[in-house]
Write a protein that binds this ligand. Structure first.
Ligand code: GRF
Length: 205
């Protein structure tokens, strides 16, 4: 039901690899837990599980990369076209390993989210992805790590923080056990955060 305080999200998800966050968001929309539709999935990786899962779920999925569009500005334009034609009103990055082009950044400013598996600004920036993040957290002897959802700007992991949650690092944790626990939390935390945005409990701009 649409009212002054709720907004149906038309979500485009960008994903490069496994797509567990993407799947959690698709499922939440389908179950009616989230007032939204996933109107497009874009991946730079033609072999990604994310694209396969999106297609299996009946979501429009696009491989757009420097293989399909060798010129940066053409790629930016092609992505922008998918977003506008699908009626996207929020862009959700979920394990997307490429930078966003200037046209998409400009037109969707304040409406592009990313999830990062640490408590930013700690363990963010170039090279801090996947198991590198959890290795650095364990090597530093951190007792607490977490998940951050933030707005996307030109640089990696620097935009305004929208929401964070803490996760305990256990004495017994290995990179694998910690990665798995953090990823499970990410899946529900992304859905909850989008729900709060759709209910206007979180204002992006
Ligand atoms: C997540 O850990 C996310 O924080 C990071 O990339 C991973 C994506 O996982 N940016 P998935 O593709 O959603 O399973």
């Amino acid at each position: 039901m649409e009212s002054e305080n709720t907004k149906k999200l038309q979500i485009a998800i960008f994903a490069s690899h496994t797509g567990t966050n993407m799947q959690a968001i698709i499922d939440a929309c389908r179950r009616g837990d989230l007032n939204g539709d996933v109107c497009a999935v874009i991946s730079n990786n033609s072999n990604s599980q994310a694209l396969e899962k999106a297609r299996t779920s009946g979501v429009r999925a696009y491989h757009l990369s420097n293989k399909t569009h060798p010129e940066e500005d053409e790629l930016d334009e092609a992505i922008y076209k998918v977003l506008t034609e699908s009626g996207t009103n929020i862009v959700v990055l979920a394990g997307y390993m490429k930078k966003i082009g200037p046209k998409v950044l400009k037109h969707y400013k304040g409406r592009i989210l990313n999830i990062h598996p640490s408590l930013l600004p700690k363990y963010g920036g170039k090279g801090m992805y996947g198991s590198n993040v959890h290795r650095a957290v364990i090597d530093a002897g951190e007792k607490i790590t977490g998940v951050t959802i933030h707005l996307v700007e030109e640089e990696y992991d620097t935009g305004k923080i929208i929401r964070q949650c803490e996760i305990e690092v256990l004495e017994s944790d290995t990179i694998d056990t910690l990665s798995k626990r953090v990823l499970e939390k990410e899946n529900s935390f992304y859905v909850e955060t989008l729900k709060l945005i759709s209910e206007n409990e979180i204002k992006l701009q």
